[in-house]
Design a protein around this ligand. Structure first.
Ligand SMILES: [Fe+2]
Ligand SMILES: [Fe+2]
Length: 223
């Protein structure tokens, strides 16, 4: 596949998994905004599409091996990968980060009560939504796809995509509330660990949503 400025972000990410590293580096939304052509997504981040394409080519040329191309793997394996590598860790990470956020709020909240209070509340909202969301995927959507009824899953897929878009909004809010995850000079270790954990949560969720939106649901609907 030749990548041009008109290729959609989602299909570049699906065809070339290593491209997601380049997109993440530039803050280009490759999961919920996957339908946009490269040119528009780059313009939104103020980067030149040609430079991004060259960087993707370099990433592919210099990596020892490309990551798994889920576009070509059986859907059952992709579902197992999503549940094992994303749902399981997320169920552990959300309560862990929520606990850390409360701790940082209790110790340092007086420095900026509004901001810390909002971080605690936002994480609570994200946890509640994602736990319900993953349960619906595992109990409704994934079994439909595994039973070979993916083509009839239009309804569950559109609910899932709406929920992904909302999770994306929450992640953007968290990024703003944490100054793009830059801790201040005097931040303690728990505070630094919280910011690092939240940044990793964002990265993992982008990869997770990309696999579900741009690969799993598209392939299931046309199966
Ligand atoms: Fe999921
Ligand atoms: Fe999902």
């Amino acid at each position: 596949m030749t990548i041009t400025a008109e290729t959609s972000i989602g299909s570049v990410a699906a065809e070339h998994p290593l491209a997601t590293r380049v997109f993440a580096r530039h803050g280009i939304d490759f999961c919920c905004g996957g339908g946009l052509p490269l040119s528009e997504a780059c313009a939104a981040r103020g980067v030149e599409p040609d430079l991004v394409i060259a960087e993707i080519d370099r990433e592919i040329a210099t990596s020892a091996s490309d990551e798994i191309r889920w576009e070509d793997e059986p859907l059952a394996d992709l579902i197992e990968h999503i549940v094992r590598h994303f749902h399981g860790p997320l169920r552990e990470e959300l309560p862990r980060l929520a606990g850390m956020a409360k701790k940082v709020y209790a110790v340092h909240g007086q420095k900026d009560p509004k901001r810390f209070g909002e971080i605690v509340e936002t994480l609570k909202e994200l946890r509640t939504e994602l736990e319900a969301h993953m349960m619906k995927e595992e109990q409704v959507l994934f079994p439909m796809i595994l039973a070979g009824r993916g083509r009839m899953a239009m309804g569950p897929v559109s609910v899932m995509e709406e929920e992904h878009a909302h999770a994306g909004d929450i992640l953007r809010r968290l990024r703003q509330l944490t100054d793009q995850y830059q801790p201040p000079e005097d931040a303690c270790n728990t505070w630094r660990a919280l910011w690092a954990g939240l940044e990793d949560l964002e990265h993992q969720l982008h990869l997770h949503i990309h696999l579900e939106n741009n690969i799993l649901s598209r392939r299931a609907l046309r199966s």
